[in-house]
Design a protein around this ligand. Structure first.
Ligand code: UN1
Length: 492
Protein backbone atom coordinates (compact mmCIF):
# COMPACT_ATOMS: atom_id res chain seq x y z
CA UNK A 1 0.00 0.00 0.00
CA UNK A 2 1.23 3.47 -0.92
CA UNK A 3 0.34 6.38 1.33
CA UNK A 4 -0.18 9.64 -0.49
CA UNK A 5 -0.80 13.13 0.76
CA UNK A 6 -4.35 14.17 1.59
CA UNK A 7 -4.80 17.74 0.39
CA UNK A 8 -7.99 19.72 -0.12
CA UNK A 9 -10.08 16.59 0.44
CA UNK A 10 -8.28 14.59 -2.29
CA UNK A 11 -5.55 11.97 -2.32
CA UNK A 12 -2.63 13.31 -4.30
CA UNK A 13 -1.26 10.74 -6.70
CA UNK A 14 2.43 11.43 -7.12
CA UNK A 15 4.18 11.25 -10.50
CA UNK A 16 7.78 11.38 -9.56
CA UNK A 17 7.53 11.16 -5.84
CA UNK A 18 9.83 9.04 -3.79
CA UNK A 19 8.54 6.72 -1.12
CA UNK A 20 10.07 5.07 1.89
CA UNK A 21 9.16 1.82 3.62
CA UNK A 22 7.17 1.72 6.86
CA UNK A 23 7.96 -1.37 8.92
CA UNK A 24 6.36 -3.15 11.82
CA UNK A 25 8.84 -2.81 14.71
CA UNK A 26 7.69 -6.14 16.15
CA UNK A 27 8.48 -8.19 13.06
CA UNK A 28 10.54 -6.07 10.70
CA UNK A 29 7.89 -6.64 7.99
CA UNK A 30 7.12 -3.85 5.58
CA UNK A 31 3.53 -2.63 6.07
CA UNK A 32 3.35 0.31 3.68
CA UNK A 33 5.25 2.77 1.53
CA UNK A 34 4.94 6.39 2.50
CA UNK A 35 5.41 9.46 0.37
CA UNK A 36 8.44 11.68 0.99
CA UNK A 37 6.98 15.04 0.11
CA UNK A 38 8.59 18.28 -0.99
CA UNK A 39 8.33 21.97 -0.31
CA UNK A 40 5.97 22.20 -3.31
CA UNK A 41 3.60 19.71 -1.71
CA UNK A 42 3.53 21.83 1.44
CA UNK A 43 2.74 24.90 -0.67
CA UNK A 44 -0.13 23.04 -2.34
CA UNK A 45 -1.54 22.00 1.03
CA UNK A 46 -1.29 25.54 2.39
CA UNK A 47 -3.14 26.86 -0.62
CA UNK A 48 -6.00 24.42 -0.01
CA UNK A 49 -6.04 25.11 3.72
CA UNK A 50 -6.01 28.86 3.21
CA UNK A 51 -8.93 28.75 0.82
CA UNK A 52 -10.98 26.54 3.15
CA UNK A 53 -10.17 28.57 6.24
CA UNK A 54 -12.14 31.65 5.13
CA UNK A 55 -15.27 29.54 4.81
CA UNK A 56 -14.58 27.37 7.88
CA UNK A 57 -14.13 30.38 10.15
CA UNK A 58 -17.65 31.52 9.22
CA UNK A 59 -19.22 28.19 10.17
CA UNK A 60 -20.61 28.75 13.71
CA UNK A 61 -18.43 27.01 16.30
CA UNK A 62 -21.25 24.71 17.56
CA UNK A 63 -21.66 23.53 13.95
CA UNK A 64 -17.90 22.99 13.60
CA UNK A 65 -18.19 20.95 16.77
CA UNK A 66 -20.82 18.71 15.20
CA UNK A 67 -18.10 17.34 12.92
CA UNK A 68 -15.97 16.53 15.96
CA UNK A 69 -18.85 14.61 17.54
CA UNK A 70 -19.12 12.60 14.32
CA UNK A 71 -15.34 12.07 14.20
CA UNK A 72 -15.40 10.85 17.80
CA UNK A 73 -18.32 8.55 17.08
CA UNK A 74 -16.56 7.01 14.08
CA UNK A 75 -13.32 6.59 16.02
CA UNK A 76 -15.33 4.76 18.65
CA UNK A 77 -16.95 2.54 16.05
CA UNK A 78 -13.53 1.77 14.54
CA UNK A 79 -11.67 1.62 17.84
CA UNK A 80 -10.52 -1.99 17.56
CA UNK A 81 -9.36 -1.60 13.98
CA UNK A 82 -7.50 1.63 14.78
CA UNK A 83 -5.85 -0.01 17.78
CA UNK A 84 -4.64 -2.97 15.72
CA UNK A 85 -3.17 -0.65 13.07
CA UNK A 86 -1.54 1.42 15.80
CA UNK A 87 0.14 -1.60 17.38
CA UNK A 88 1.28 -2.80 13.97
CA UNK A 89 3.00 0.44 13.02
CA UNK A 90 4.24 1.65 16.40
CA UNK A 91 4.70 -1.53 18.44
CA UNK A 92 2.95 -0.61 21.72
CA UNK A 93 0.93 -3.48 23.20
CA UNK A 94 -2.69 -3.69 22.13
CA UNK A 95 -4.09 -2.75 25.54
CA UNK A 96 -2.11 0.50 25.40
CA UNK A 97 -3.04 1.08 21.77
CA UNK A 98 -6.70 0.88 22.79
CA UNK A 99 -5.94 3.38 25.53
CA UNK A 100 -4.33 5.76 23.07
CA UNK A 101 -7.25 5.57 20.64
CA UNK A 102 -9.55 6.20 23.60
CA UNK A 103 -7.57 9.37 24.34
CA UNK A 104 -8.35 10.53 20.81
CA UNK A 105 -12.05 9.73 21.21
CA UNK A 106 -12.14 11.59 24.52
CA UNK A 107 -10.46 14.58 22.91
CA UNK A 108 -13.03 14.63 20.08
CA UNK A 109 -15.97 14.79 22.49
CA UNK A 110 -14.23 17.18 24.87
CA UNK A 111 -13.26 19.66 22.15
CA UNK A 112 -16.69 19.29 20.53
CA UNK A 113 -18.06 20.65 23.81
CA UNK A 114 -15.80 23.69 23.37
CA UNK A 115 -17.81 24.54 20.26
CA UNK A 116 -20.52 25.79 22.62
CA UNK A 117 -18.08 27.59 24.91
CA UNK A 118 -14.91 29.08 23.40
CA UNK A 119 -15.30 31.42 26.31
CA UNK A 120 -14.18 35.02 26.02
CA UNK A 121 -14.60 37.87 28.49
CA UNK A 122 -16.82 40.88 28.87
CA UNK A 123 -15.47 43.60 31.12
CA UNK A 124 -16.64 47.10 31.98
CA UNK A 125 -15.32 49.95 29.88
CA UNK A 126 -13.74 53.05 31.42
CA UNK A 127 -16.23 55.10 29.48
CA UNK A 128 -19.99 55.53 29.55
CA UNK A 129 -22.06 53.87 26.83
CA UNK A 130 -19.21 51.76 25.66
CA UNK A 131 -19.05 47.99 25.66
CA UNK A 132 -15.81 46.01 25.96
CA UNK A 133 -15.13 42.34 25.36
CA UNK A 134 -12.41 40.01 24.25
CA UNK A 135 -13.18 37.09 21.97
CA UNK A 136 -11.16 34.11 20.81
CA UNK A 137 -10.56 34.50 17.08
CA UNK A 138 -9.25 31.75 14.79
CA UNK A 139 -5.66 32.30 13.67
CA UNK A 140 -5.72 30.83 10.15
CA UNK A 141 -3.72 27.93 8.78
CA UNK A 142 -1.82 26.01 11.45
CA UNK A 143 0.95 23.42 11.15
CA UNK A 144 1.00 20.28 13.30
CA UNK A 145 4.13 18.14 13.63
CA UNK A 146 3.58 14.95 15.59
CA UNK A 147 5.81 12.13 16.90
CA UNK A 148 5.75 8.36 16.39
CA UNK A 149 5.24 7.37 20.03
CA UNK A 150 1.61 8.57 20.15
CA UNK A 151 0.66 8.70 16.47
CA UNK A 152 -3.03 9.36 17.03
CA UNK A 153 -3.57 10.84 20.52
CA UNK A 154 -1.12 13.71 20.13
CA UNK A 155 -2.53 14.51 16.68
CA UNK A 156 -5.99 14.82 18.22
CA UNK A 157 -4.68 17.06 21.03
CA UNK A 158 -3.61 19.49 18.35
CA UNK A 159 -5.98 19.12 15.42
CA UNK A 160 -9.28 19.05 17.34
CA UNK A 161 -8.82 22.34 19.24
CA UNK A 162 -7.44 23.84 16.01
CA UNK A 163 -10.54 23.07 13.98
CA UNK A 164 -13.15 23.76 16.62
CA UNK A 165 -11.61 27.23 16.94
CA UNK A 166 -12.01 27.86 13.20
CA UNK A 167 -8.53 27.11 11.86
CA UNK A 168 -7.54 24.71 9.12
CA UNK A 169 -4.44 22.56 9.42
CA UNK A 170 -1.50 20.89 7.69
CA UNK A 171 -0.43 17.82 9.63
CA UNK A 172 2.95 16.17 9.20
CA UNK A 173 2.89 12.83 11.01
CA UNK A 174 6.13 11.03 11.85
CA UNK A 175 7.48 9.07 8.91
CA UNK A 176 7.70 5.94 11.10
CA UNK A 177 3.95 6.00 11.86
CA UNK A 178 1.90 7.38 8.95
CA UNK A 179 -0.85 4.74 9.07
CA UNK A 180 -2.84 6.46 11.81
CA UNK A 181 -2.82 9.69 9.79
CA UNK A 182 -4.16 7.76 6.83
CA UNK A 183 -6.89 6.25 9.02
CA UNK A 184 -7.81 9.67 10.40
CA UNK A 185 -8.00 11.08 6.87
CA UNK A 186 -10.51 8.35 6.01
CA UNK A 187 -12.56 9.46 9.00
CA UNK A 188 -12.36 13.15 8.04
CA UNK A 189 -13.54 12.16 4.57
CA UNK A 190 -16.37 10.01 5.87
CA UNK A 191 -17.82 12.73 8.13
CA UNK A 192 -17.78 15.18 5.23
CA UNK A 193 -15.44 17.71 6.78
CA UNK A 194 -15.15 20.71 4.49
CA UNK A 195 -12.41 20.02 1.93
CA UNK A 196 -9.15 21.70 2.86
CA UNK A 197 -9.83 21.87 6.62
CA UNK A 198 -7.66 18.80 7.27
CA UNK A 199 -4.56 18.28 5.17
CA UNK A 200 -1.90 15.64 5.63
CA UNK A 201 1.58 15.87 4.15
CA UNK A 202 3.90 12.92 4.69
CA UNK A 203 7.66 13.17 4.65
CA UNK A 204 10.79 13.78 6.57
CA UNK A 205 11.10 16.64 9.02
CA UNK A 206 14.05 18.22 7.29
CA UNK A 207 12.09 18.85 4.08
CA UNK A 208 8.44 19.02 5.02
CA UNK A 209 8.80 20.31 8.58
CA UNK A 210 11.15 23.11 7.62
CA UNK A 211 8.97 24.09 4.65
CA UNK A 212 6.00 24.30 7.02
CA UNK A 213 7.80 26.46 9.56
CA UNK A 214 9.09 28.77 6.83
CA UNK A 215 5.81 29.11 4.96
CA UNK A 216 4.48 32.63 5.51
CA UNK A 217 0.84 31.51 5.53
CA UNK A 218 1.24 28.96 8.31
CA UNK A 219 0.72 31.08 11.39
CA UNK A 220 1.20 28.55 14.18
CA UNK A 221 3.45 25.52 14.54
CA UNK A 222 2.51 23.01 17.21
CA UNK A 223 5.30 20.48 17.64
CA UNK A 224 5.83 17.41 19.80
CA UNK A 225 9.14 15.58 19.55
CA UNK A 226 12.74 15.64 20.69
CA UNK A 227 14.32 18.65 22.36
CA UNK A 228 16.95 18.75 19.62
CA UNK A 229 14.36 19.06 16.85
CA UNK A 230 12.20 21.36 18.97
CA UNK A 231 15.09 23.80 19.29
CA UNK A 232 15.46 23.81 15.51
CA UNK A 233 11.70 24.46 15.14
CA UNK A 234 11.92 27.34 17.63
CA UNK A 235 14.95 28.85 15.89
CA UNK A 236 13.42 28.90 12.43
CA UNK A 237 10.02 29.80 13.86
CA UNK A 238 11.56 32.69 15.77
CA UNK A 239 13.16 34.07 12.64
CA UNK A 240 9.77 33.99 10.92
CA UNK A 241 7.97 35.42 14.00
CA UNK A 242 5.77 32.34 14.26
CA UNK A 243 3.76 31.31 17.24
CA UNK A 244 5.49 28.04 18.13
CA UNK A 245 4.19 25.61 20.73
CA UNK A 246 6.70 22.96 21.78
CA UNK A 247 6.32 19.78 23.79
CA UNK A 248 9.62 17.96 24.09
CA UNK A 249 11.55 15.55 26.26
CA UNK A 250 11.36 14.40 29.84
CA UNK A 251 13.46 12.73 32.50
CA UNK A 252 10.60 11.96 34.82
CA UNK A 253 11.04 10.63 38.34
CA UNK A 254 9.00 8.69 40.85
CA UNK A 255 9.87 9.59 44.43
CA UNK A 256 9.36 6.79 46.94
CA UNK A 257 9.37 8.00 50.55
CA UNK A 258 10.00 5.83 53.61
CA UNK A 259 6.29 5.92 54.52
CA UNK A 260 5.10 4.87 51.06
CA UNK A 261 2.95 1.86 50.23
CA UNK A 262 5.86 0.02 48.57
CA UNK A 263 3.77 -2.52 46.67
CA UNK A 264 1.73 0.28 45.14
CA UNK A 265 4.93 2.16 44.25
CA UNK A 266 6.32 -0.95 42.55
CA UNK A 267 3.17 -1.24 40.44
CA UNK A 268 3.30 2.44 39.54
CA UNK A 269 6.98 2.32 38.60
CA UNK A 270 6.63 -0.80 36.43
CA UNK A 271 3.67 0.67 34.54
CA UNK A 272 5.25 4.06 33.96
CA UNK A 273 8.79 2.86 33.25
CA UNK A 274 8.16 -0.12 31.02
CA UNK A 275 4.75 0.63 29.49
CA UNK A 276 5.17 1.64 25.82
CA UNK A 277 8.68 0.16 26.28
CA UNK A 278 9.61 3.40 28.05
CA UNK A 279 8.92 5.46 24.95
CA UNK A 280 6.61 8.05 26.47
CA UNK A 281 7.64 11.64 27.10
CA UNK A 282 6.09 11.00 30.50
CA UNK A 283 7.87 7.67 31.11
CA UNK A 284 9.47 7.14 34.50
CA UNK A 285 13.22 6.87 33.98
CA UNK A 286 14.40 7.73 37.49
CA UNK A 287 13.30 6.43 40.85
CA UNK A 288 14.34 8.61 43.75
CA UNK A 289 14.09 6.38 46.76
CA UNK A 290 14.47 6.94 50.49
CA UNK A 291 17.41 5.02 51.95
CA UNK A 292 15.17 3.19 54.45
CA UNK A 293 13.11 1.46 51.76
CA UNK A 294 15.67 1.19 48.96
CA UNK A 295 16.55 -2.44 49.48
CA UNK A 296 12.90 -3.56 49.70
CA UNK A 297 11.98 -1.58 46.58
CA UNK A 298 14.91 -3.02 44.60
CA UNK A 299 14.02 -6.56 45.59
CA UNK A 300 10.35 -6.21 44.69
CA UNK A 301 11.05 -4.43 41.41
CA UNK A 302 13.51 -7.10 40.26
CA UNK A 303 11.10 -9.89 41.22
CA UNK A 304 8.20 -8.39 39.30
CA UNK A 305 10.28 -7.38 36.29
CA UNK A 306 10.88 -11.07 35.69
CA UNK A 307 7.16 -11.49 34.99
CA UNK A 308 7.00 -8.86 32.25
CA UNK A 309 6.42 -10.81 29.04
CA UNK A 310 8.06 -9.34 25.97
CA UNK A 311 6.93 -9.80 22.39
CA UNK A 312 4.59 -8.73 19.63
CA UNK A 313 2.06 -6.31 21.10
CA UNK A 314 -0.80 -7.87 19.15
CA UNK A 315 -0.57 -10.84 21.52
CA UNK A 316 -2.94 -9.96 24.39
CA UNK A 317 -0.69 -11.65 26.96
CA UNK A 318 2.39 -9.60 26.11
CA UNK A 319 3.22 -6.73 28.48
CA UNK A 320 6.13 -5.08 26.65
CA UNK A 321 6.46 -4.54 22.92
CA UNK A 322 9.43 -3.56 20.78
CA UNK A 323 11.11 -0.18 20.58
CA UNK A 324 10.60 1.76 17.40
CA UNK A 325 13.69 0.86 15.35
CA UNK A 326 17.31 -0.23 15.17
CA UNK A 327 18.58 3.26 15.94
CA UNK A 328 16.61 3.26 19.21
CA UNK A 329 18.18 -0.08 20.17
CA UNK A 330 21.64 1.36 19.55
CA UNK A 331 20.91 4.46 21.61
CA UNK A 332 19.58 2.43 24.53
CA UNK A 333 22.55 0.00 24.41
CA UNK A 334 24.89 2.93 24.41
CA UNK A 335 23.31 4.24 27.63
CA UNK A 336 23.77 0.82 29.26
CA UNK A 337 27.50 1.12 28.58
CA UNK A 338 27.54 4.69 29.84
CA UNK A 339 25.77 3.59 33.04
CA UNK A 340 28.26 0.83 33.69
CA UNK A 341 31.22 3.12 32.98
CA UNK A 342 29.78 5.68 35.39
CA UNK A 343 29.76 3.06 38.12
CA UNK A 344 26.04 2.35 38.37
CA UNK A 345 25.05 -1.18 39.33
CA UNK A 346 23.00 -3.16 36.80
CA UNK A 347 20.33 -5.06 38.74
CA UNK A 348 18.27 -6.45 35.85
CA UNK A 349 18.09 -6.44 32.06
CA UNK A 350 20.54 -4.53 29.90
CA UNK A 351 20.41 -6.50 26.67
CA UNK A 352 18.93 -6.51 23.20
CA UNK A 353 16.75 -9.61 22.73
CA UNK A 354 17.71 -11.57 19.66
CA UNK A 355 16.42 -15.07 20.26
CA UNK A 356 13.95 -16.70 17.86
CA UNK A 357 11.24 -14.47 16.42
CA UNK A 358 12.25 -11.57 18.64
CA UNK A 359 15.39 -11.27 16.50
CA UNK A 360 13.33 -9.91 13.61
CA UNK A 361 11.99 -7.04 15.70
CA UNK A 362 13.60 -4.42 17.94
CA UNK A 363 13.33 -5.65 21.51
CA UNK A 364 15.18 -4.50 24.60
CA UNK A 365 14.98 -6.05 28.04
CA UNK A 366 13.43 -3.98 30.84
CA UNK A 367 16.45 -2.66 32.68
CA UNK A 368 17.08 -1.47 36.22
CA UNK A 369 20.19 0.30 37.47
CA UNK A 370 20.82 1.16 41.08
CA UNK A 371 23.37 3.26 42.99
CA UNK A 372 23.04 5.83 40.23
CA UNK A 373 24.53 9.25 40.93
CA UNK A 374 21.98 12.04 40.53
CA UNK A 375 24.30 14.05 38.28
CA UNK A 376 25.48 11.19 36.05
CA UNK A 377 24.53 11.06 32.38
CA UNK A 378 22.34 8.05 33.07
CA UNK A 379 20.31 10.13 35.53
CA UNK A 380 20.24 13.33 33.51
CA UNK A 381 19.70 12.43 29.84
CA UNK A 382 16.55 11.17 28.14
CA UNK A 383 16.99 7.57 26.96
CA UNK A 384 13.49 6.90 25.59
CA UNK A 385 13.58 3.18 26.29
CA UNK A 386 12.85 0.68 29.08
CA UNK A 387 15.66 1.78 31.40
CA UNK A 388 15.22 3.00 34.99
CA UNK A 389 17.81 4.43 37.37
CA UNK A 390 17.47 4.22 41.13
CA UNK A 391 18.91 7.13 43.09
CA UNK A 392 19.11 7.03 46.89
CA UNK A 393 18.19 10.01 49.08
CA UNK A 394 17.68 10.61 52.79
CA UNK A 395 14.97 13.30 52.92
CA UNK A 396 12.06 14.78 51.00
CA UNK A 397 14.01 17.98 50.44
CA UNK A 398 16.85 16.06 48.85
CA UNK A 399 14.39 14.05 46.73
CA UNK A 400 12.84 17.24 45.38
CA UNK A 401 16.24 18.75 44.66
CA UNK A 402 17.30 15.64 42.74
CA UNK A 403 14.00 15.60 40.85
CA UNK A 404 14.49 19.22 39.83
CA UNK A 405 18.16 18.82 38.88
CA UNK A 406 17.45 17.73 35.29
CA UNK A 407 17.02 20.11 32.37
CA UNK A 408 13.50 18.77 31.70
CA UNK A 409 10.27 19.32 33.62
CA UNK A 410 7.39 17.25 32.28
CA UNK A 411 6.07 14.83 34.87
CA UNK A 412 6.90 13.76 38.42
CA UNK A 413 5.40 11.57 41.10
CA UNK A 414 5.56 10.98 44.82
CA UNK A 415 4.53 7.89 46.76
CA UNK A 416 3.92 8.84 50.37
CA UNK A 417 1.09 8.48 52.88
CA UNK A 418 1.99 11.67 54.68
CA UNK A 419 -0.33 14.48 53.60
CA UNK A 420 2.19 17.15 54.58
CA UNK A 421 4.92 15.67 52.41
CA UNK A 422 2.51 15.27 49.51
CA UNK A 423 1.40 18.89 49.57
CA UNK A 424 4.94 20.15 49.95
CA UNK A 425 6.02 18.01 46.99
CA UNK A 426 3.24 19.15 44.65
CA UNK A 427 4.29 22.73 45.39
CA UNK A 428 8.03 22.24 44.97
CA UNK A 429 8.34 19.72 42.12
CA UNK A 430 9.30 21.77 39.07
CA UNK A 431 7.27 19.89 36.44
CA UNK A 432 4.11 20.61 34.46
CA UNK A 433 2.45 17.46 35.79
CA UNK A 434 2.64 15.99 39.32
CA UNK A 435 1.17 12.67 40.42
CA UNK A 436 0.55 11.57 43.99
CA UNK A 437 0.53 7.81 44.66
CA UNK A 438 0.54 7.01 40.94
CA UNK A 439 3.28 6.68 38.30
CA UNK A 440 4.39 9.49 35.99
CA UNK A 441 2.14 8.52 33.07
CA UNK A 442 -1.59 8.70 32.48
CA UNK A 443 -2.43 12.33 31.74
CA UNK A 444 -6.12 12.95 31.02
CA UNK A 445 -7.07 15.00 27.97
CA UNK A 446 -9.10 17.70 29.73
CA UNK A 447 -6.15 18.97 31.77
CA UNK A 448 -3.23 20.94 30.35
CA UNK A 449 -0.34 18.76 29.18
CA UNK A 450 3.21 20.06 29.01
CA UNK A 451 6.22 20.92 31.04
CA UNK A 452 8.72 23.40 32.35
CA UNK A 453 12.35 24.13 31.39
CA UNK A 454 13.68 22.04 28.46
CA UNK A 455 10.36 20.26 28.04
CA UNK A 456 8.46 23.16 26.57
CA UNK A 457 8.25 26.85 25.85
CA UNK A 458 5.30 27.80 28.02
CA UNK A 459 2.45 26.52 25.88
CA UNK A 460 0.28 23.52 26.66
CA UNK A 461 -1.44 20.78 24.68
CA UNK A 462 -4.81 19.44 25.87
CA UNK A 463 -7.30 21.03 28.24
CA UNK A 464 -8.70 24.49 27.65
CA UNK A 465 -5.08 25.68 27.54
CA UNK A 466 -4.81 24.16 24.05
CA UNK A 467 -7.19 26.84 22.81
CA UNK A 468 -4.62 29.47 23.71
CA UNK A 469 -2.32 27.97 21.09
CA UNK A 470 -4.94 27.98 18.37
CA UNK A 471 -6.78 31.26 18.98
CA UNK A 472 -5.84 34.89 18.94
CA UNK A 473 -7.32 37.16 21.60
CA UNK A 474 -9.23 39.95 19.95
CA UNK A 475 -10.37 42.89 22.11
CA UNK A 476 -13.52 44.54 20.82
CA UNK A 477 -14.78 47.97 21.93
CA UNK A 478 -18.26 49.07 20.89
CA UNK A 479 -19.01 52.73 21.54
CA UNK A 480 -22.74 53.43 21.50
CA UNK A 481 -22.58 56.97 22.89
CA UNK A 482 -22.85 58.70 19.50
CA UNK A 483 -19.94 60.97 20.47
CA UNK A 484 -16.21 60.49 20.16
CA UNK A 485 -15.18 59.41 23.62
CA UNK A 486 -11.46 59.30 24.08
CA UNK A 487 -9.90 56.74 26.39
CA UNK A 488 -7.42 57.94 29.01
CA UNK A 489 -8.46 61.55 28.33
CA UNK A 490 -10.77 63.59 30.54
CA UNK A 491 -13.90 63.77 28.34
CA UNK A 492 -15.92 66.01 30.67
C1 UN1 B 1 3.71 11.42 25.34
O1 UN1 B 1 4.44 10.54 25.73
O2 UN1 B 1 4.15 12.31 24.59
O3 UN1 B 1 0.25 10.78 30.02
C2 UN1 B 1 2.26 11.48 25.61
C3 UN1 B 1 0.56 9.89 29.25
C4 UN1 B 1 -0.21 9.75 27.96
C5 UN1 B 1 0.33 10.67 26.92
C6 UN1 B 1 1.82 10.64 26.75
N1 UN1 B 1 -1.59 10.04 28.21
O4 UN1 B 1 1.45 9.11 29.48
Amino acid sequence: MRLNNYIGGAWQEADVATYTAVTNPATGDEIAQVRLSTKEDVALAVEAAKKAQKEWALVPAPKRADYLYEIGRLMKERKEHLSQVLTTEMGKVIEEARGEVQEGIDMAFYMAGEGRRLVGETVPSELQNKFAMSVRAPIGVVGLITPWNFPVAIATWKSFPAIVAGNTFIWKPATETPMMAYEMALIFEKVGLLEGVANIVFGSGADVGTAMIEHPDIRVISFTGSTETGRHVAEIGGRHLKKVSLEMGGKNAVIVMDDADIDLAVEGILWSAFGTAGQRCTACSRVIVHKEVKEELERKLVAQMADLTIGNGLDETVKIGPVINEKALEKISNYIEIGIEEGAKLLAGGHILKDGELGNGHYFEPTLFTNVKWDSRLAQEEIFGPVVSLIEVTSLEEAIEVNNSVKYGLSSSIFSQDVNKVFQAQRDLDTGIVYVNAGTTGAEIHLPFGGTKGTGNGHRDSGVAALDVFTEWKSVYVDFSGTLQRAQIDNS
